[in-house]
Write a protein that binds this ligand. Structure first.
Ligand SMILES: [Zn+2]
Ligand SMILES: [Zn+2]
Length: 330
């Protein structure tokens, strides 16, 4: 399903195209795609809110599949292996960030389904050294949502510095937070969830949150760390206000309108505000392995690959329960 001209998803910007079989080059894997998650970033790309890096393009960056061919000089992988690919599709490997395990900050980083054709297809070529080994515990459909919202939520938890047993705030309770809360509870954290939606507040309590309220309500105790998922600067300040001394707010949002002015007192006592950019290979592998041990429960709403436009439309309309996932077949 290929994007040539971005536009409103109501107009079905993705078209079915019959493309030649891709060939894996040195260091690449050819993967038969079994499932591919549908992310809000794909929606932004399809509609042109995120500028395409090249067109035409096959979107999709939560790829689950089996290796059907291994490129030359590509050790460590064999035909038949199960492989996953996420948003970070490659980096230079030479810069200071890459050499210090922070390839998510690499200026040459390449992104799956943005710089290269992604997983809204029957086959995809991915870089072997950025491929994730997926635990067998997860079926294809269940594994796909782990590869974007799941991994990024996990990195956000790490950036927030939260440690087992501490008090964590989650601000916003969408797909990514639904996975992050399961990790935090597994770590024995007390979790406090802020969201505007009463239904989401209820769900948070059912999942084991200590407390759930709206953004304006202060949690009953000061928090050691917080992660914000809502793309609104006001929410960052609300989270900062809830922090104890030395606490960190990790912002899990690519775009934020602005952060409103706030008194320095809120930041004083070594509180910090940090952004979370993409994730590293290490994050992805650590997270899927941990997810299998917990085990994390994902809720996939399946769509046939040919229904990609419908999946994007339903995501736009807020009508997807859990995560939309495209699958091969009808
Ligand atoms: Zn994504
Ligand atoms: Zn680099």
């Amino acid at each position: 399903m290929r994007l040539s001209r971005p536009g409103p998803v109501e107009g079905q910007p993705l078209e079915m195209a019959d493309l030649p079989d891709p060939m894996p080059g040195p260091g690449d894997l050819l993967v038969e795609v079994a499932a591919c998650g549908v992310c809000r970033t794909d929606l932004q790309l399809a509609e042109g809110d995120l500028a395409a890096r090249r067109l035409p393009l096959v979107p999709g960056h939560q790829i689950v599949g089996r290796v059907t061919a291994v490129g030359p000089d590509t050790p460590g992988w064999a035909v038949g292996d199960r492989a996953g690919a996420g948003w970070l599709g490659g980096s230079c490997g030479k810069c200071g960030w890459c050499r210090s395990g922070r390839e998510n900050l690499c200026e040459q980083a390449r992104f799956t389904g943005w710089d290269s054709d992604g997983g809204y297809a029957e086959q995809a070529v991915i870089r072997a050294d950025f491929a994730v080994r997926l635990p067998e515990r997860f079926a294809d459909l269940a594994a796909a949502p782990l590869l974007c919202g799941g991994v990024i939520g996990y990195r956000a938890l790490r950036v927030s510095g939260i440690r087992p047993g501490e008090r964590l705030g989650l601000y916003g309770f969408g797909a990514s937070a639904l996975l992050a809360i399961q990790v935090a509870l597994h770590w024995g954290c007390q979790v406090f969830v802020a969201t505007r939606s009463p239904a989401e507040q209820r769900r948070a309590r059912e999942m084991g949150a200590e407390w759930a309220g709206s953004y304006e309500d202060p949690p009953p105790v000061p928090l050691d760390a917080a992660v914000t998922f809502a793309p609104a600067g006001d929410v960052v300040v609300a989270a900062l206000r809830a922090l104890d001394r030395g606490g960190v707010v990790a912002i899990n949002a690519i775009h934020l309108d602005r952060i409103p002015e706030f008194p320095y007192d809120l930041l004083w006592w070594e509180r910090q505000i940090r952004s979370v950019a993409n994730f590293t290979r290490r994050d992805a592998q650590d997270f899927v392995d941990l997810a299998a041990r917990i085990p994390i429960h994902t809720l996939a709403e399946p769509y046939p690959l040919t229904e990609a436009n419908t999946a994007l439309l339903r995501l736009k309309e807020g009508r997807v329960a859990g995560a939309a996932v495209l699958h091969a077949g009808r």
